[in-house]
Design a protein around this ligand. Structure first.
Ligand SMILES: [Zn+2]
Length: 445
């Protein structure tokens, strides 16, 4: 009897292990089946057979990549290939945020019940929201320098341009090291010192918590505060609240930051979405990080000026620019225009009212004055542009160049974020990349 009982127990144990194994396999199959099917070792789905039929195009139906029985084909223009590589992705899977890596299994027609068997006529199609022509212009305008530009439609959420530079040509020389910086999507996954572009966030905190009409500051270019200099790029003299932004006066923004205080600055950065990760069709963008000390007025001043430990993610900055343009309402970005494998549209939803319509309109009018009274509208011929530049000091020889903002044009409601490493004066270097790209987008769309 004893022997039998023992055997029965062993049988039960084996059955139990088998059952757990089945549960584990089923779980793995459901959750990772697409990746197994899309594994690059499964060469037949890339090189032969009808399954191999994915196609990626831009918003104007320019083919960016197509997979057929004959293999993978990219666009014939090398600048289009490099300018769209961060949206399209590379076949080696080094650019994790690219479409062919994000939706690999969908593009090859994988589904849970049928595996890679796909009977759909003409194969899987993915039409991206990006404009290939404008992406080429943006890539050439960056001209090999380290930098990026992201532009999206702040009403519909469609990303119009997502270019990082330098970038690989998928048909050219590709670094062997998968950690090479040319594969890194800085716009989506990076965190950078914002410089004076952050003064827009500090301005929100000021309008909420101070009598900005009564504000005035006398800048002498050095702005000594308790023995420490908060230098400006020039001697700005007497400035009111709007002039402080137009001239980007560090002295004035230092005082504003101290008056507003640590807690309110932090709340403004949080409300602007700069501490959260933006979700773009399932790609999680990096989130920004800040330190607004309540026991050090000098550090707090620099934090409100966009230096100290401020780090922003460019994609979340772009969404914030869209919110200022859109009466305070932030719209979820998307890279997908149309596809036959997702039923629901992923972007375009309002993800929150970042700021009130009144504050949005006040900031908007200050950004217009900044363009007209400081940068000069003639740099942006024909564009109804609202902007703020930044020149971020990060210890390099030359400061990094920022230019952020949006168009007020109803037919072209585009918000943008541009950055050029070591580019110097923001509105000149990054401003030129933004202008080139926006001109192309407006004329193509
Ligand atoms: Zn100043």
């Amino acid at each position: 009897m004893l022997k039998l009982e023992r055997r029965a127990r062993i049988c039960l144990l084996i059955a139990g292990i088998l059952f757990l194994g089945m549960v584990f396999f089923t779980f793995k199959y459901v959750s990772e089946g697409g990746d197994w099917a899309g594994f690059y070792g499964n060469t037949q789905i890339y090189t032969a057979g009808e399954i191999n039929r994915g196609e990626i195009s831009d918003r104007h139906d320019n083919i960016l990549l197509s997979c057929s029985k004959d293999g993978v084909k990219y666009n014939e223009d090398s600048d289009v290939r490099a300018g769209t590589i961060f949206a399209v992705g590379d076949t080696k899977g080094n650019i994790s945020t690219g479409a062919i890596n994000m939706w690999k299994s969908e593009l090859i027609g994988y589904d849970l019940l049928n595996g890679t068997y796909d009977k759909s006529q003409g194969g899987k199609k993915l039409k991206l929201s990006i404009d290939a022509g404008a992406s080429k212009v943006a890539y050439n305008s960056l001209n090999g320098r380290e930098g990026f530009i992201g532009v999206f439609n702040y009403k519909t959420g469609e990303i119009m341009t997502l270019v990082n530079s330098p970038a690989i040509d998928p048909l050219g020389d590709i670094p062997q090291n998968p950690d090479s910086p040319v594969f890194f999507n800085t716009f989506m996954l990076g965190k950078l010192t914002p410089g004076s572009t952050f003064k827009l966030v500090t301005s929100v905190a000021a309008i909420r918590n101070m009598d900005t009409d009564a504000f005035s500051f006398k800048c002498d270019g050095i702005n000594n505060f308790h023995g420490v200099n908060i230098r400006c790029t020039g001697n700005h003299g007497n400035v009111d609240f709007e002039e402080a932004l137009v001239k980007s006066c560090n002295g004035a923004y230092g005082e504003i930051s101290r008056t507003v205080g640590s807690k309110n600055l932090k709340a403004a950065a949080k409300d602007a979405g700069l501490m959260d990760s933006i979700d773009v069709d399932g790609i999680q963008a990096e989130k920004g990080s800040f330190d607004f000390p309540n026991n050090d007025d000098i550090e707090l001043s620099w934090a409100g000026i966009g230096q100290h430990k401020d780090l922003i993610n460019p994609c979340s900055m772009m969404v914030f620019m869209g919110a200022i343009a859109n009466d305070g309402k932030a719209v979820k970005p998307t890279m997908i225009d149309k596809t036959n494998f997702f039923k629901k549209k992923k972007g375009g939803k309002i993800i929150g009212e970042y700021i009130s319509p009144d504050i949005a309109n006040k900031i908007k009018s200050m950004m217009k004055s900044t363009v007209e009274d400081n940068y000069g509208s003639s740099r942006f011929s024909g564009l109804d542009i609202y902007a703020k530049s930044g020149t971020a000091e990060t210890g390099g020889k030359k400061s990094d160049s920022w230019f952020v903002g949006f168009l007020g044009d109803e037919a072209h409601p585009y918000a943008f974020v541009t950055w050029v490493k070591g580019g110097g004066t923001g509105y000149i270097t990054a401003g030129e990349v933004a202008n080139d790209t926006l001109q192309a987008l407006v004329s193509n769309n």
